[in-house]
Design a protein around this ligand. Structure first.
Ligand code: HEM
Length: 364
């Protein structure tokens, strides 16, 4: 067990498939304490649900919004959640156009990296439409986002230490907030600012977080799903079926753990969580826990749980469903050209490249 979450890089086997190790941890040490990190790792679903409801654990600024006040959550976060849920027709139109465009370009290529051509292209182009980001800016912004997502991992050697470029993204969105012309989401946020007199730096932070969360997590999930489809069916049924889509999202989400810090001591069964300790809630492992006969199935934790439940889950589902609904005609042409490259990380499981050759379409 000591091997897991150590100070060194994870092994190639772990980065390729962390689930055997995480399943073992859940079975043998579901409340695991790593002394050298002064950190707890939880993988039992009921423990995680209960801890995600416990406000004696705090959330970091990098993951949620800078402003943690109840007022900000009422005036900004709650309406934003409603906006994503109630804007489905608009979001669907944007998503379908982006997916169509992306697959049409892919169909003309002989070789492609599905991560760049599809997994990163779809969510970033959708966010560009929603926030009116010029396409030419996307590539540098995604580079900065990549550094931020790397720093989400627990630090090991110097690899993940302070590579955070969130400051540059903030500078970009400060200008963008002032000068970009309205786009659907940007306009909604500007209206909220006027209605509730929110300081601009908090609204800029909302743009940064929406851009980061809206691009990196969905692209990781799409990359893993494509890797799974190309490497051989890791599912049963048609990829157009909603239950298959939900199963793929849940099994292929890139976030293995959500993070918290202990604010006030918590007596938790036979253990005590002390103030300032770090807490890693292994949601991806908990989702895989078997449910015994007659036992109530715990909530699915792919998009988190409780007050910080993912704000963009509906958009992520739309993007992934639209892609899987359109993929069947072109998928038989995909041949994996080289081994999938995986992100070296303990808390993120993500295909970084899925290189394929596209065979000529078969004549009818
Ligand atoms: C498959 C794709 C996605 C996955 C797996 C995912 C997963 C998650 C998880 C697990 C959390 C909870 C974090 C925690 O409790 O620490 C979260 C929060 C969040 N997500 Fe997502 N997410 C996805 C897509 C998106 C998209 C598309 C957006 C925005 C457009 C988004 C925006 C957010 C935001 C803003 C939060 C923080 C919510 C808050 O502070 O109340 N996510 N996400």
């Amino acid at each position: 067990m000591e091997r897991l979450f150590g100070r060194g890089a994870p092994s190639a086997e772990y980065t390729h498939n962390p689930f055997p190790d995480l399943d073992r941890l859940r079975n043998e040490a579901p409340r695991y304490y790593a002394p050298d990190r002064d950190a707890w790792f939880f993988s039992n679903p009921n423990d995680i649900v209960s801890l995600l409801r416990d406000d004696r654990l705090s959330m970091g600024d990098r993951i949620s919004f800078l402003d943690h006040s109840a007022m900000f959550r009422t005036n900004v976060v709650r309406p934003l959640r409603t906006w994503f849920l109630s804007s489905e027709p608009l979001l669907l139109k944007i998503v379908q156009e982006v997916v169509k465009d992306c697959l049409e370009k892919l169909a003309t290529q002989k070789d492609a990296d599905l991560v760049d051509a599809v997994a990163r292209a779809i969510p970033s182009n959708v966010m560009a439409e929603l926030l009116n980001i010029p396409r030419a800016d996307l590539s540098p912004l995604l580079h900065l986002a990549e550094d931020v997502i790397r720093s989400y991992d627990i630090n090991w050697s110097l690899e993940t230490e302070q590579t955070n470029k969130i400051g540059f993204l903030t500078l970009y969105f400060q200008r963008h907030w002032r000068f970009a012309s309205d786009a659907p989401l940007l306009k909604f946020l500007r209206d909220i600012q006027v209605e509730h007199s929110i300081p601009s730096d908090h609204m800029v932070d909302v743009c940064v977080k929406l851009f980061l969360a809206g691009t990196t997590t969905t692209s990781g999930c799409i990359a893993n799903i494509l890797g799974c489809l190309v490497a051989g069916p890791g599912y049963e049924g048609s990829i157009r079926e909603p239950s298959v889509i939900d199963g793929l999202i849940s099994s292929q989400a890139p976030i293995l753990a959500v993070k918290r810090r202990v604010r006030e001591a918590i007596e938790f069964g036979d253990i005590t969580l002390a103030p300032e300790q770090k807490v890693f809630l292994l949601v991806a492992s908990a989702n895989r826990a078997p449910v015994s006969d007659g036992e109530k199935r715990p909530p699915n934790l792919t998009f988190g749980h409780g007050q910080y439940y993912c704000l963009g889950s509906a958009l992520a589902r739309l993007e992934i469903s639209a892609l899987l609904n359109s993929l069947e005609p072109i998928m038989p042409r995909f041949r994996l050209r080289e081994a999938i490259k995986w992100r070296e990380a303990w808390l993120l499981h993500e295909a970084l490249s899925v290189r394929i050759t596209l065979e000529e379409p078969k004549a009818c």
